[in-house]
Design a protein around this ligand. Structure first.
Ligand code: HEC
Length: 127
């Protein structure tokens, strides 16, 4: 009987250890995922921004953001605040005078994490 109890205790200890390891892994995965997001948010790579711009903005804005596009205005030099407002909310920062009075541009909130890259591209000096 004593031996049986001993085995039970060992088994119990082993399973609880396992659980702890599992939880630690899960927490670690979460931290790594959060860090990745942070890096995405903090990076400001104009080359990445250009790729995002070409894939999402040039149907309406010009390939060269300094020039007006087929539907949208020139957006070279846009501030982060303006980009964030336009992409996420379809609005403009307070006291900002919009270049066009239309409300055609769709919301593109999935691009929010590319905002720094877009901003870097739209504010890169072209020389
Ligand atoms: C379907 C067409 C379309 C797409 C796609 C589009 N835009 Fe626009 N955008 C417009 C139009 C049209 C305006 C003028 C205001 C309005 O009608 O919403 C505008 C206005 C803007 C403005 C405000 C300009 C100002 O100073 O008044 C910014 C900034 C902007 N767009 C950024 C972007 C970015 C960045 C992308 C890509 C991620 C993008 N837009 C994709 C059509 C588009």
């Amino acid at each position: 009987m004593l031996r049986f109890c001993f085995v039970l205790i060992i088994l119990f200890l082993l399973t609880s250890c396992d659980l702890k390891i599992f939880n630690a892994d899960e927490a670690e995965v979460k931290v790594v995922a959060e860090k990745k997001n942070e890096i995405l948010n903090l990076s400001s790579d104009p080359e990445k921004g250009k790729a995002v711009y070409n894939a999402n903005c040039i149907p309406c804005h010009n390939y060269e953001p300094q020039k007006p596009g087929s539907i949208g205005p020139q957006i070279y030099g846009s501030s982060k605040e303006l980009l964030s407002n336009k992409i996420n909310l379809g609005k403009y920062p307070k006291n900002y005078k919009p270049k066009r009075s239309t409300k055609i541009m769709p919301l593109l909130p999935h691009l929010n994490q590319q905002l720094s890259n877009l901003h870097a591209f739209l504010n890169a000096r072209s020389d």
